[in-house]
Design a protein around this ligand. Structure first.
Ligand code: FAD
Length: 464
C-alpha cells in the first residue's frame, strides 16, 4: 500500500465540479490530483447537458424540413436513420472528453482513473490499492437518476435519462413521467423526430419550478406541436407487456386512466452519489443523501469539502463548477465571495421554445409576501423574432415597486437561454431596469425584447 507525495487537494470525480475545481486549483499553484472512475466530464458531458443539447440541435435541424419544403426543396426521408443522429451526439461527447483531458494536462493536474474513497481525514484510497496523502479532499461524485419503487429502470422499456441518450432506434411512442427540464427537453426531441409523446406531470404545470405563466405558454406550444401534456396527473402503476408499457395515472379527483406506449422515460429527479465513498471513515453524515456544507463548501470535517450535485443546491452544471471554484479559492487562502446567491443562478431549458429564468417567480413572491411590479413584453412585437419565424414567447420581469431593482426575470422564446444573461448581469451589477431601458440595443435583435420589457416597467415600451 504505497503512500504517494502529499497533495494540496485530491478531488474525487471529474464532472463539471471536479474537473473545473482541479483546473482552478492548478492555476492557483496547488498540487492537485483528480480521480475519475469513468470518463472525464461527468454526467454533464457524457450523459447530460452536452449529448442532450446535441440531440436538440439535430432535432431543430430536422424540424426545419418544413421551412425548407416551403422554399421548394424536395425531401425523401426514407433514408433517415436515427442511429446516425445518436452517433453524432457521441462524437461530440468524445471530442469534448479529449478536450478536458488536455486541459487537465495543460494545468499540470494528475488524473488518476479509478474508484476513490475517503480512508481518513487526509487519505484517499483508490481501487488499484494506492493511497494518496493530501491536505484537503473535495468530494465531487455527482448524482444518478432517481429510481422510484414500481418504476424501476429495466433499460429496455423503462428508461432513465442515460438510457434514452443511448437509444439508436426511435420508439413509436413514449410516455415521459416527469415534466421537469429533462422531461421537457426529451419531449421536444422525440416529438420532433416523429415519436408520439405523452408528457405526464404530477404538479399543476410543466416545469414546476418555473413561473406558472411561462410554463402555460410552453404547455400550449407543446400541445400545438402534438405532444400530449397531462399535468396534475400522478403515475401510480407501470406494467410491462410484450409490446410496451401501460402506465396508470390518477388525476386530482381520483379518476384513473391508462396510457399505453412502446417505452417510458422516468425522470423523477436525481440522487446524490454519497454512498460507498468512505464518509463513515471520517464520521461524515448526509442529510437526505446530500452532504451539509458551510458557505465555502466545507463539510463538518475541516479537510473535506463537497461541491456539485452532492450538495443540496440546484443540480446544475454551472452551479457545480462555481461551487468548486469557490471551494478551491478558499482552500488556496483566497477570500472568495461565499456560497452562490440562489436568486442569481440562471435556469435554462433548451426545448423549443426555450425557457430561461432567475430570481423570484410570481408565485414565490406572493407566498413570501414580497411586493413586486411586473412587466411583460411579447416577442411577437420584436422585428427580429417575426423575421426569423419565432414570434412565440414573452419576456417577463419582476421588480421591486419603488427601487425598480430586478427580483426575477423569466423568458420563453427562441434563444431565451442566451438572452437571460443581459438581465442577470444587470441584477448582479445592481443595475436598475432603467439602465437596460436606456442602453442602445442593436436592431434587429432578440435582445431588444429585454430592453422593451425594462421599458414596459415604466409603461414606456415603444413597440407594444
Ligand atoms: P457529475 O457530473 O455527476 O460528475 C461526477 C463524477 O464523479 C462522474 O464522472 C463520476 O463517474 C465520478 N465519480 C463518482 N463516484 C466516484 C468515485 N467513487 N471515484 C471516482 N470517481 C467517481 N445541467 C445544466 O446546468 N444544464 C443542462 O443543460 C443540463 N442538462 C442535463 C441533462 C440531463 C439529461 C441530465 C441527466 C443532467 C443535466 N444537467 C444539466 C445537470 C448536470 O449534468 C449536473 O448538474 C452536473 O453534471 C453535476 O456535476 P457534478 O460534477 O457535481 O457531478
Amino acid at each position: 500500500m504505497a503512500v504517494h507525495d502529499k497533495y494540496d487537494v485530491v478531488i474525487i470525480g471529474a464532472g463539471p465540479a471536479g474537473y473545473v475545481g482541479a483546473i482552478k486549483a492548478g492555476q492557483l499553484g496547488l498540487k492537485t490530483c483528480v480521480i475519475e472512475k469513468d470518463k472525464c466530464g461527468g454526467i454533464c458531458l457524457n450523459w447530460g447537458c452536452i449529448p442532450s443539447k446535441n440531440l436538440i440541435h439535430q432535432a431543430q435541424v430536422f424540424g426545419s424540413i418544413q421551412e425548407l419544403k416551403e422554399m421548394g426543396i424536395k425531401f425523401n426521408l426514407d433514408s433517415f436513420n436515427y442511429a446516425s443522429v445518436h452517433k453524432k451526439s457521441r462524437k461530440v461527447v468524445e471530442r469534448l472528453n479529449r478536450g478536458i483531458e488536455f486541459l487537465l494536462k495543460k494545468n499540470k493536474i494528475e488524473l488518476i482513473k479509478g474508484k476513490a474513497s475517503i480512508s481518513g481525514k487526509s487519505k484517499v484510497s483508490i481501487s488499484d490499492g494506492r493511497v494518496l496523502d493530501t491536505k484537503t479532499i473535495i468530494v465531487a461524485t455527482g448524482s444518478r437518476p432517481a429510481e422510484v419503487p414500481g418504476f424501476e429502470f429495466d433499460h429496455k422499456q423503462v428508461l432513465s435519462s442515460n438510457d434514452i441518450l443511448s437509444l439508436q432506434q426511435l420508439p413509436e411512442s413514449l410516455v415521459i413521467l416527469g415534466a421537469g427540464a429533462i422531461g421537457c427537453e426529451f419531449a421536444y426531441i422525440m416529438n420532433t423526430f416523429g415519436v408520439k409523446v405523452t408528457l405526464v406531470e404530477m404538479a399543476d404545470h410543466v416545469l414546476p419550478f418555473e413561473d406558472a405563466e411561462i410554463a402555460a405558454i410552453l404547455e400550449k406550444s407543446f400541445q400545438k406541436s402534438s405532444i400530449d401534456v397531462l399535468t396534475g396527473h400522478k403515475a401510480v402503476t407501470l406494467t410491462k407487456s410484450d409490446d410496451g408499457v401501460d402506465v396508470t395515472l390518477e388525476d386530482p379527483e381520483g379518476g384513473r386512466r391508462t396510457i399505453k406506449a412502446q417505452k417510458s422515460l422516468c425522470v423523477f429527479g436525481r440522487k446524490p452519489n454519497t454512498e460507498n465513498i468512505g464518509l463513515e471513515n471520517v464520521g461524515l453524515k448526509t442529510d437526505n443523501g446530500y452532504l451539509p456544507v458551510s458557505d465555502f463548501y466545507q463539510t463538518a470535517v475541516d479537510s473535506v469539502f463537497a461541491v456539485g450535485d452532492v450538495v443540496a443546491t440546484p443540480l446544475l452544471a454551472h452551479v457545480a463548477s462555481k461551487e468548486a471554484e469557490i471551494a478551491v479559492e478558499y482552500i488556496a487562502g483566497q477570500h472568495p465571495e461565499p456560497r452562490i446567491e440562489i436568486e442569481a443562478i440562471p435556469s435554462a431549458i433548451y426545448c423549443e421554445p426555450q425557457v430561461a429564468s432567475f430570481g423570484l417567480t410570481e408565485d414565490k413572491a406572493k407566498q413570501a409576501d414580497i411586493a413586486y411590479q411586473k412587466a411583460v413584453f411579447p416577442l411577437s412585437a420584436i422585428g427580429k423574432a417575426v423575421a426569423i419565424g419565432k414570434p412565440d414567447g414573452i419576456v417577463k420581469v419582476l421588480v421591486s415597486p419603488d427601487s425598480h431593482e430586478i427580483i426575477g426575470c423569466h423568458i420563453i422564446g427562441h434563444d431565451a437561454t442566451e438572452l437571460i444573461h443581459e438581465a442577470l448581469l444587470a441584477k448582479s451589477s445592481e443595475l436598475l431596469t432603467d439602465d437596460i431601458a436606456c442602453m442602445v440595443h442593436a436592431h434587429p435583435t432578440l435582445s431588444e425584447s429585454i430592453m422593451e420589457a425594462m421599458r414596459a416597467v415604466e409603461g414606456m415600451a415603444i413597440h407594444y
